[in-house]
Design a protein around this ligand. Structure first.
Ligand code: HEM
Ligand SMILES: [Cu+2]
Length: 563
């Protein structure tokens, strides 16, 4: 079997060139983005998409840690049927903080703002995003909103849950307004980032990179950006209305004054259902890159995977009512929303079949990113099937607001976003920081995370199915065994994450230098040095392969099966 080398500037050639360069005079001639300016100011005022991505990475990891600590507190509280370490109010605050931080400060920015920022310009052969200064602004908008939200949580906190449902959110005496306003502000960051990516993909593609030569990660980020730009304003407006109601007593959601509390749910889910695709579509993109790189095979069904991202983005806008089967919407509406929700499952299944088709007869290189790919496929299929189940109106009437739903969305969000985030981190770490990490520890921790995750959430499906409601801090003693199992699982999951932190930090400090293309990937972002120079490419424009993910030329393959 031979892998075709297309053009003179193949990744291997670049690697060789940069290697020779680095030894002789490369550092001085073309400093990497990490060493081009070492003052704090050079970071804080940078307009380099790569530095902005790295700063986002730092903060997103910080918020992941904060959200994670609160998750563990929630799990510890649920170890016993009665009060364990906190009272009811503290518990309500803990799960609210956990949800708000995880959704708005971790999952939404996690992949687009970090890896989208860093990789998308490299993958379209551009020097930067279309609006670099706006890109920096989006970081500061995010930090402003996040600081305000965190401030609110430290000064009183909220007890509404991350969904802020009316009428309770208009009456709670906790400090809700700054948190709502903080989340409102972070929304602008999301919109600006999305706009920037859309314009970048439209206008900054290097000569030769046509739409169907775009790597699938770019397609996924593009689809995500459309949702970010179209849906985020809706929740922004809604949060302002709730602040108005909560602080100034508008009456918008109060039936006594002609308002309607259910209006909140419509507007909330009109954003928040599409937002679940802001959280998972980027992962779908990451996995498309990883599956072909580590199976050493061209992606199976490139166009189907690309179009299904757009399909999910579109249909995702018409499924919000599946959160409201028991909120007083008509049976007819419920039935329509049921069917539309299942359509999303169809698009997702198309992707799953194509990913599995890519692995089929591939020469699998079982490295850490591929381990996360396997976890992701399993979680997405399992979580997606339970999604179809909860989208069935007759079933959801009894599962709604139970632990079954909690388990469903964690399967999707941890299985989707967290697997994707960790996979992306392990795949692109050498490119971003120019260092390698210990793959053995990578595999061990991936195994712990995937196993721990199952032990955390499978008991929750069982709990929900036998009637355990969500957001309760006390429960009948018969539920205890499953709660203890869930907390034990969360501990294993946390241990896996701690190991990841240890070996990655160790690698940053003392890791070996990474080659330009340590995985022998055909992704365009590997056609430059690791870490890349400030303006991404040095010398002549790379020659892009005939198609993205081009591992084997079907025309030149020795035999049809030699894949
Ligand atoms: C096959 C695709 C999916 C279907 C058909 C589906 C369906 C549903 C349904 C019907 C509910 C509401 C259940 C209830 O409240 O009683 C729900 C809840 C939820 N889903 Fe999914 N889902 C899918 C994929 C996803 C994805 C990709 C994510 C996120 C990344 C996600 C995140 C959530 C969240 C956060 C909730 C809970 C909302 C809450 O009540 O707090 N789902 N899903
Ligand atoms: Cu939904």
């Amino acid at each position: 079997m031979s892998l075709p080398v297309t053009g003179s500037t193949s990744p291997e050639a670049v690697a060789a060139h940069e290697g020779a360069h680095g030894d002789a005079h490369g550092e001085h001639a073309h400093p990497s983005y990490l060493t081009d300016g070492t003052t704090i100011k050079s970071w804080l005022l940078t307009v380099d998409h790569k530095r902005i991505g790295v700063m986002f990475l730092f903060f997103v990891l910080l918020f992941f840690l904060v959200g994670g600590i609160y998750a563990l507190l929630v799990r510890i509280e649920l170890l016993t049927p009665g009060p364990t370490i906190m009272d009811a109010m503290a518990y309500n605050r803990a799960f609210t903080l956990h949800g708000v931080v995880m959704v708005f400060l971790f999952m939404i920015p996690a992949i687009p703002a970090v890896f989208g920022n860093f990789m998308l310009p490299l993958m379209v052969g551009a020097k930067d995003v279309a609006f670099p200064r706006l890109n920096l602004l989006s970081l500061y908008i995010f930090l402003t909103g996040a600081s305000l939200a965190i401030w609110g949580m430290l000064h009183g906190g909220a007890d509404t849950g991350w969904t802020f449902y009316t009428p309770y959110s208009t009456q709670t005496t906790t400090t809700l307004a700054p948190i709502l306003f903080g989340v409102f502000i972070t929304g602008f960051s999301s919109i600006v980032t999305g706009l920037n990516f859309i314009v970048t993909v439209h206008t900054m593609r290097a000569p030769g990179i046509t739409w169907f030569k775009l790597p699938l990660f770019v397609w996924a980020i593009y689809a995500t950006s459309i949702i970010q730009v179209l849906a985020t304003p809706v929740i922004g407006l809604l949060l302002l209305l709730v602040i108005g109601e909560n602080v100034f007593n508008f009456g918008m959601f109060d039936p006594a004054r002609g308002g309607d509390p259910v209006l909140f749910q419509h507007l909330f889910w009109f954003y928040s259902h599409p937002a679940v695709y802001i959280m998972v579509l980027p992962t779908f993109g990451v996995m498309s890159e990883i599956v072909s790189a580590f199976s050493r095979k061209n992606i199976f069904g490139y166009r189907a995977v690309a179009y299904s991202s757009i399909g999910i983005a579109f249909v995702g806008f018409f499924a919000w009512g599946h959160h409201m089967f028991v909120s007083g919407q008509s049976t007819f509406d419920g039935a329509i929303f049921s069917v539309l929700s299942m359509l999303v499952g169809v698009f997702t299944a198309i992707k799953v079949f194509n990913w599995v088709g890519t692995v089929y007869r591939g020469a699998v290189d079982f490295k850490t990113p591929f381990a996360y790919f396997c976890g992701f496929i399993y979680f997405t299929v399992f979580g997606g099937m339970t999604g179809i189940a909860v989208a069935t109106m007759s079933l959801d009437v009894s599962w709604h607001d139970t632990y079954f739903v909690v388990a469903h969305f964690h399967f999707i969000m941890v299985g989707g976003t967290v697997m994707g985030f960790l996979a992306a981190l392990h795949y692109w770490f050498p490119k971003m920081f120019g260092k390698t990490y210990h793959d053995g520890w990578g595999l061990v921790s991936a195994a712990l995370i995937i196993l721990g995750f199952n032990f955390t959430f499978i008991p929750q499906f069982l709990l929900g199915n036998s009637g355990m409601p969500r957001r309760y801090y006390e429960y009948p003693a018969r539920f205890q065994a499953l709660h203890v199992a869930s907390t034990a699982g969360a501990t294993v999951l946390a241990l896996g994450l701690v190991i990841v932190a240890i070996y990655l930090i160790h690698s940053l400090v003392a890791g070996k230098r990474a080659a330009a293309n340590p995985w022998n990937s055909k992704g365009y972002e590997w056609m430059t040095a690791s870490p890349p120079p400030t303006h991404n490419f040095v010398g002549p424009q790379p020659v892009y392969p005939e198609e993205p993910h081009f591992y084997v030329d079907p025309k030149k393959a020795e035999a049809p099966d030699a894949v």
